[in-house]
Design a protein around this ligand. Structure first.
Ligand code: AMP
Length: 306
């Protein structure tokens, strides 16, 4: 059983206080898939141009990520995004977004993807997220991500999409914007009324909070000594979180999801987000091992037990 992942596959330009890279592999679906692939087989749905390098295809394929849903547009250019981080790396300014082939992205799932039970909808237009879910014939567990842009310009479509999801992953500023509530707990309660059984609110370096009706779980961020590049950390959180659940075959039963497993999934999400920040772009995933992941998971247990 595989996790189907939809979203951007991109080239990124990134500048942090530790350095600058003009063009490297990026994109939300790339980060999600790489992180999830440590836990479960992944099938990617995305679009690239014919400038997409063989070395990048090889990296994804080396992690057993199924690329039959990676559409390549002849003569097209891959989505390009660039950004620069503030000195403390808590703020990011987007310098350039060239949608290129992503502008006409209309995901069509290969027949071999459609009967999979797990679906993670990365941050794309909500109407497209709905169309992907509608193409899945036996989906049992759906999660999704979104961003300020869609909350602002496509709220009705987003609400229609979220209603069909089992969980939603967003950051704290998006939770405030979506709910109209400044208080995190009240914001979460309002969002849970929009449909999902569970909600994960990511708080950058401060960790994440998992909410479901009547309960919540607070996970700290991993205290890294040095953050090189936070790009993709939120996506890696999502990949670790859902990858863990999919790998264990967890699915909602009678409208609820095993909360103990969800807590463990939040910790795996935090672990994968923290590894992502240790090197530029996807570089940490070139040599990261499952043993290192388990060691950091145990470290989380040790430093939060009381
Ligand atoms: P994150 O740091 O988790 O927000 O993810 C950053 C990744 O999102 C980068 O690799 C970008 O290529 C990708 N990205 C940036 N803007 C967009 C967008 N509008 N739609 C989809 N992906 C994007």
């Amino acid at each position: 059983m595989s996790l189907v992942v939809v979203g951007s596959v991109a080239y990124d330009g990134v500048e942090t206080p530790h350095g600058k890279v003009d063009r490297m592999l990026g994109g939300a679906a790339t980060y999600i898939s790489l992180a999830a692939s440590y836990f479960t087989p992944v099938k990617i749905v995305a679009v690239v141009g014919d400038d997409f390098a063989q070395a990048d295809v090889d990296l994804l394929a080396s992690r057993s990520i199924d690329l039959s849903g990676l559409e390549r547009i002849p003569g097209g250019k891959t989505f390009f995004w660039s950004g620069v981080y503030s000195a403390d790396m808590n703020d990011r300014t987007t310098l350039r977004t060239d949608l290129n082939v992503f502008a006409d992205f209309n995901p069509k799932l290969p027949p071999s993807y459609r009967s999979e039970p797990f679906l993670l909808l990365g941050n794309i237009q909500p109407a497209l997220q709905r169309s992907v879910r509608a193409q899945m014939t036996g989906v049992k567990f759906t999660g999704g991500d979104t961003m300020n842009l869609w909350i602002d310009i496509a709220r009705p479509e987003l609400l229609d999409a979220i209603r069909e999801w089992d969980f939603l992953l967003i950051n704290d500023s998006e939770a405030h914007l979506l709910s109209g509530e400044k208080n995190l707990r009240r914001a979460a309660a309002k969002i849970l009324e929009m449909g999902p059984t569970a909600l994960v609110i990511k708080r950058g370096e401060y960790g994440a909070v998992l909410f479901s009706k009547g309960s919540h779980f607070v996970a700290p961020g991993y205290l890294l000594e040095e953050v090189f590049d936070p790009t993709g950390a939120g996506d890696c959180f999502a990949g670790g979180f859902f990858g863990y659940l999919a790998g264990k075959g967890i699915e909602p039963k009678s409208g609820s999801i095993d909360f103990a497993e969800m807590r463990r999934a939040v910790i795996y999400g935090s672990v994968m987000g923290s590894f992502c920040c240790e090197k530029f772009g996807v570089d940490r995933f070139r040599d990261l091992t499952r043993e290192e992941i388990e060691a950091r998971y145990r470290e989380f247990q040790a430093c939060t037990a009381f």
